[in-house]
Ligand binder design. Structure first.
Ligand code: C2E
Ligand code: MG
Ligand code: MG
Ligand code: MG
Length: 281
């Protein structure tokens, strides 16, 4: 197992590297099978208005319960899917599934609610991404006003001009956009002005230990104030305790998400939690 690497340097594959490579190939096969057999699921986590307690939206999160391996978290297979290109198919499946679910809930007579879907950098950078989204909304009969796409800061920084074009096209279609995991990447405040976004999601690493680390409280406060001057709504991620929610309230944060209200749950559980058994309209 040896590969000539550039001039005279040789790069040897150690048994360990070989195993890693094997694992990646095996996983790629498993992802393909899961797509084929429709083994992925979407769970939903509510987003709540900090001040009124009202549920204002949902974030769709992919779930994979593998028959032999058990639960495989997205943090494990999404990066692999990005690596091997399967993320495009997963991403399309996720958007279609979320749109379908939204329409099903409307048909059941529930009050319409915005659904946020995570979009990988690879998907966003495809030239036909906005068009794909338009086609899916058309096919599923989804009202674009209720679809939100979550993008991480870093994914936009790689190919800024093209990404802004795609984001503008999505905005023109009536889709809302948010920056996910804010504070973990470039965190350039300049683009908050430049990007056609509606929401800023503060990463949970700032929120979770905000009580223990007072500097985090200051950082969150600054992020909220700045976002507001740019006309953005702020979502705090990873709220697990009442005390954190109290602090966010004081800091004029708009919305929050976290285990304090609910973990991500499957659609039937969410129906019970949000709508009871009675249709709202
Ligand atoms: P994310 O988009 O930042 O999603 C939030 C993550 O935080 C979710 O983890 C959620 O379950 C978790 N979370 C929510 N509230 C709390 C809390 O109070 N405490 C703690 N400790 N965690 C909380 P999850 O579902 O494991 O997803 C991890 C990441 O995987 C997501 O981060 C997102 O980047 C990615 N991901 C998930 N679903 C998709 C998808 O459909 N497509 C793509 N491209 N990425 C996805
Ligand atoms: Mg997200
Ligand atoms: Mg996040
Ligand atoms: Mg993320």
């Amino acid at each position: 197992y040896c590969k000539v690497n550039g001039r005279n340097s040789r790069l040897f594959y150690t048994p360990k590297m070989n195993k890693m490579y094997n694992d990646i190939l095996l996983m790629e096969g498993e992802i393909r099978k899961a797509l084929y057999h429709n083994d992925f699921e979407l769970y939903y986590q509510p987003q709540i208005n900090v001040h009124t307690g009202e549920v204002i939206g949902l974030e769709a999160l992919i779930r994979w319960y593998h028959k032999e391996k058990g639960y495989i978290p997205p943090s494990e297979f999404i990066p692999l899917a990005e690596e091997c290109g399967l993320i495009t198919q997963i991403g399309e499946w996720v958007i279609r599934k979320a749109c379908n679910q939204h329409v099903i809930w409307i048909e059941k007579g529930f009050k319409p609610i915005r659904i946020a879907v995570n979009v990988s950098a690879i998907e966003l950078q495809r030239f036909d991404f906005a068009n794909k989204v338009a086609v899916i909304m058309e096919e599923t009969n989804m009202d674009p006003a209720y679809l939100e796409l979550e993008i991480t800061e870093n994914s936009v920084m790689r190919n800024t001009e093209d990404c802004i074009k795609t984001m503008n096209a999505l905005r023109d279609m009536g889709v809302s956009l948010s920056i996910d995991d804010f504070g973990t990447g470039y965190s350039s405040f300049g683009y908050l002005r430049k990007f056609p976004i509606n929401f800023l999601k503060i990463d949970q690493s700032f929120v979770k230990n905000v009580l223990a680390e007072s500097s985090n409280a200051e950082i969150i406060k600054a992020m909220i104030q700045l976002a507001h001057t740019f006309g953005l709504k702020v979502v705090a991620e990873g709220v697990e305790e009442q005390e954190v929610l109290d602090l966010l309230q004081k800091q004029q944060c708009d919305y929050y998400q976290g285990y304090f209200f609910s973990k991500p749950i499957p659609p039937d559980k969410l129906e019970q939690l949000l709508f009871g058994s009675q249709p709202v309209i």
